[in-house]
Ligand binder design. Structure first.
Ligand SMILES: C[S@@+](CC[C@H](N)C(=O)[O-])C[C@H]1O[C@@H](n2cnc3c(N)ncnc32)[C@H](O)[C@@H]1O
Length: 221
């Protein structure tokens, strides 16, 4: 399969996928992955598939996973998880902002810690909207802009450095706001356990937020 995407550096292609794998190991991410991936079914489109860490969280009702992932090394590191999954997992592209999929062709879009990094997130969110079948939803967990004004100022100051070491990652994106601007209605999703979503009372530099985003706000029965 020949695919093209904006020029990527050695750091983005060969080093970051290894670091991300450690940073988003099961210890940190399990409750969030369970909340996001546990209730899905049918044809899942995963934006920023990484090394396939979400696969073990999908229930048997998931029939196929369509992966979008620019880093070849991440895709290579997913091989064992893909084999164990036992259902089709296809990599169809490199950039969530441009999907080679027909309109209304997937049941669920999943994004776990990816929307921070997509350069053209407005287009990616429009692509999610376009490819979701009526009644489908986007399920996500992302690190987001802090609700605390002082933390937000620190996030903004750190952004240039963060962006260069973290592969273009935006430390302070208002993910729910961007989804709402694109016509989604967003409902927060809470993981089991002690970790709670961002609130003004919490001084977290990298607060996590999960949600379910539905086009126009209508979920299928
Ligand atoms: C922080 S990692 C998360 C990986 C995986 N979702 C997980 O939960 O372990 C972000 C992923 O987004 C991918 N990515 C970067 N730019 C992207 C884009 N434009 N479209 C889709 N994925 C992208 C990166 O290569 C990386 O694998």
């Amino acid at each position: 399969m020949r695919m093209t995407y904006a020029a990527r550096t050695w750091w983005e292609d060969r080093a970051l996928p290894r670091l991300v794998d450690v940073a988003l190991s099961d210890v940190t991410s399990r409750p969030w992955r369970e909340a996001v991936c546990g209730p899905v079914s049918g044809r899942v489109l995963e934006i920023g598939f990484g090394s396939g860490r979400n696969l073990e969280y999908y229930p048997e009702t998931v029939t196929e996973v369509i992966a979008v992932e620019p880093a070849d090394l991440a895709w290579e590191r997913a091989a064992d998880r893909v084999a164990t999954f036992g259902r089709p997992v296809r990599r169809i592209g490199l950039d969530g902002a441009s999907l080679a999929l027909p309109d209304a062709s997937v049941d669920v879009v999943v994004s776990t810690w990816t929307m921070c990094t997509i350069p053209d997130l407005d287009s990616a969110v429009r692509e999610m909207h376009r490819t979701l079948r009526p009644g489908g939803s986007v399920r996500y967990v992302e690190h987001v802009r802090s609700h605390h004004p002082r933390v937000r100022r620190v996030q903004e100051r750190l952004q240039p450095f963060w962006r260069s070491v973290a592969g273009g990652c935006h430390l302070a994106r208002d993910i729910a706001g961007m989804l709402e601007t694109a016509g989604f209605v967003v409902t927060p999703l809470y993981p089991e356990g002690p970790r709670r979503p961002s609130s003004p009372a919490r001084l977290e530099l990298v607060p996590f937020e999960a949600g379910v985003a539905v086009p126009g706000g209508h979920l299928a029965e």
